[in-house]
Design a protein around this ligand. Structure first.
Ligand code: SF4
Length: 227
């Protein structure tokens, strides 16, 4: 793939793969997702909604201390027992209900067997996940990509912030449009999707913050939003 391509406005733009390579060269491989098992990845994906990852780590450690390590454990434990353990993740009563809804569904539908679940065709499985209480597209796609290693690009607020600043955006600011924008411009490669999303999150935490630190940015020479 060429390093650059010319868009319809006749402006030379970097391609997405080139941006990924610049981030990879600058930060190194991110080795995501921070979870040891598929159960832990899914639990973390639900708990991290609207909260920093360090708060999730606190909750995961407290769940572990209580012997709640798996989705089977989550399904069996009373909500009143789980909620205080995940208090650090905010909205903990709602998140308890989301965790239990996902765990019950996973047990009922797939007998807590990830291999069975991920043998379902991706569009059908994604539809099933999105029909569950409180599971939005970012969480569903994080489970598909990071627990299932399936080629589903995850879109989040960091992605939108960074690529709006780079002036690389879909015509409409909707989740499906953003996802299609990336899927159409990248090779179908779950390893690439995994690390690219991780690079975006890391870059937005380190440099491309709400008030960006542009001086050291590896994308500065490409970025119309550079300050
Ligand atoms: S140059 Fe600044 S605004 Fe642009 S990507 Fe880098 S940190 Fe973000």
């Amino acid at each position: 793939m060429p390093a650059c391509q010319v868009n319809k406005k006749n402006r030379t733009q970097p391609d997405l793969l080139g941006i990924y390579q610049l981030l990879l060269g600058f930060y190194g491989h991110r080795n995501w997702w921070p979870g040891e098992t598929q159960d832990e990845i899914a639990i973390g994906a639900i708990l991290t909604q609207s909260v920093a990852w360090k708060n999730v780590e606190t909750a995961l450690a407290r769940l572990r201390d209580q012997g709640i390590l798996t989705l089977r454990d989550i399904a069996a434990a009373p909500a009143e027992h789980i909620a205080p353990l995940i208090r650090s993740t905010l909205y903990y009563n709602q998140k308890t209900q989301k965790l239990k809804a996902f765990a019950r569904w996973f047990g009922t539908t797939y007998d807590f067997d990830w291999r069975r679940m991920f043998s379902t065709p991706v569009p059908e499985l994604r539809h099933q996940l999105l029909s569950l209480k409180g599971l939005g597209p970012e969480t569903a796609d994080s489970i598909l990509l990071y627990a299932g290693r399936l080629p589903v690009f995850v879109i989040d607020a960091y992605t939108r912030r960074l690529f709006k600043r780079l002036d690389l955006t879909p015509a409409k600011d909707s989740y499906p449009d953003w996802q299609q924008y990336f899927s159409a411009r990248l090779p179908v490669d779950p390893g690439l999707y995994n690390d690219f999303h991780a690079q975006i999150v890391h870059h937005c935490k380190i440099l491309c913050q709400p008030v960006p630190k542009c001086a050291d940015c590896p994308l500065g020479h490409l970025c119309p939003g550079k300050t």
